[in-house]
Design a protein around this ligand. Structure first.
Ligand SMILES: Nc1nc2c(ncn2[C@@H]2O[C@H](COP(=O)(O)OP(=O)(O)OP(=O)(O)O)[C@@H](O)[C@H]2O)c(=O)[nH]1
Ligand SMILES: [Mg+2]
Length: 391
């Protein structure tokens, strides 16, 4: 199914076009993902091959960063835009990321490995939303492999921005030896510099790396925020309990808008500077260790969340039907198994209009991800029918 591209809202876009054969392709050559699944099998041999003539082993540096935060804080968007490549699926709904994924980015002699994680949730939320067990184990897996924790905190939500969520604090407490940075995301939604300053002071307890630091807020926000100061008295923080939902051991604080790209360069440079001298774990042209089939399915799930109301997309099962690469073009199809006929009709929409929109959106995401032409379809089936077919 091929339709004209529209509604593309990401901050960095490759030049995606549809050719006369109905295949999407990139005009600009993008950094390609390794599509060959067998690549992993001869990893050692391949690694040495890749490093030869590229960057001397002795000069290589790397840093593993676990990106954690509550659902919908913008973790995946942040990673995609800091590395300028759509590797992590994103959506406007919570629980888009379901397990820990790596996004690998190599620049000069440095390799940054970002661990995207599912939003931190309590056991109560896991039970309520019937979330997989991986929700709890994923972030631990990520942190255990990390050299640094990046806490993404959404400042656009006036109800939750005043405190770090208890799940975030618990995670930081569980790994006190790891350096951590606080990244205040969605600053495009903040109008007042006063609130920004206050937030930084409150969330860090006015303390960096355990030491009182009176100029934390000033130093950061005067650089970053060009907005007019709001001089009205701000009572937002007045009734907060001291030290509740705060962390005094962040090494640094950053203000970013992952959507507009504001502030991302500073974080990028900070990570590159913090990288440790050691051999890269991955070849420089690799962007993820996820198999392409899984990336495609995750991308479909994410867009189903965007296009379908309430809980419906969470109850859908998605499978890869086929995946093939021929003449450097990807051919793939995903099947969506719907719990009822009614839900299937909802996904397809009138004259298959909604399904076309979803397919179009996923296709453009996938072209960005793989940097290759793609021929892509989505099919739907009601659950009972697909079970019958299996018997
Ligand atoms: N206004 C604004 N919106 C943002 C920003 N960063 C992310 N978003 C939006 O926030 C929503 C959630 O983004 P995701 O990157 O999927 O968030 P996440 O933390 O990975 O979410 P989960 O995987 O569900 O835990 C999307 O609608 C993004 O477009 C930002 O800097 N500004
Ligand atoms: Mg995510």
């Amino acid at each position: 199914m091929f339709v004209i591209l529209k509604n593309i809202t990401n901050f960095v876009k490759p030049n995606v076009q549809l050719n006369k054969y109905g295949i999407y392709y990139c005009l600009q050559q993008q950094r390609n993902l390794t599509l060959d699944n067998k690549y992993e099998n001869n990893e050692e041999r391949d690694l040495s091959k890749h490093y030869r003539g590229e960057q001397k082993l002795s000069e290589q540096k790397s840093l593993n960063i676990a990106v954690i935060g509550v659902p919908n804080a913008g973790k995946s968007t942040f990673i995609n835009n800091i590395i300028n490549h759509r590797v992590c699926p994103t959506s406007s709904k919570v629980h888009t990321t379901r397990k820990s994924n790596k996004a690998i980015y190599t620049t000069g002699q440095t390799q940054l490995v970002f661990y995207d994680t599912p939003g931190l949730v309590t056991q109560k939320e896991i039970n309520k939303h019937k979330l997989e067990k991986s929700f709890k184990s994923s972030y631990r897996h990520a942190i255990q492999h990390a050299d640094m924790i990046a806490v993404l905190h959404d400042v656009s939500n006036s109800w939750t921005r005043k405190q770090l969520h208890s799940t975030v604090i618990d995670s930081l407490k569980a790994y006190p030896q790891l350096p951590s940075v606080l990244i205040l995301n969605k600053i495009d939604a903040l109008k007042s510099k006063r609130i920004t300053l206050e937030l930084i002071r409150i969330l860090t307890n006015n303390t960096l790396s355990g030491r009182k630091h009176n100029r934390i807020g000033k130093k950061l926000t005067l650089d970053e925020s060009k907005k007019e100061d709001d001089e009205r008295p701000d009572l937002e923080f007045g009734d907060l309990l001291k030290n509740e939902g705060t962390w005094s051991n962040f090494s640094d604080v950053f203000l970013v808008s992952s959507i507009t790209g504001s502030g991302l360069n500073k974080v990028h440079d900070y990570f590159v500077h913090a990288a440790k001298s050691r051999n890269w774990e991955f070849p420089s042209d690799k962007f993820t260790d996820e198999p392409p089939e899984e990336l495609i399915v995750a991308c479909v799930r994410a867009r189903l969340l965007d296009y379908l109301p309430q809980e419906i997309p969470y109850n859908l099962e998605t499978f890869i039907e086929y995946y093939n690469v021929h003449n450097d073009t990807i051919y793939a199809s995903v099947e969506v198994v719907c719990p009822t006929k009614r839900v299937e009709r909802l996904i397809c929409g009138e004259s298959n209009g909604r399904l076309k929109q979803i397919t179009e959106r996923v296709t453009s995401d996938l072209v960005e991800t793989f940097g290759k032409p793609i021929s892509f379809t989505i099919s739907t089936k009601p659950r009972a029918k697909s079970k019958e077919a299996a018997n």
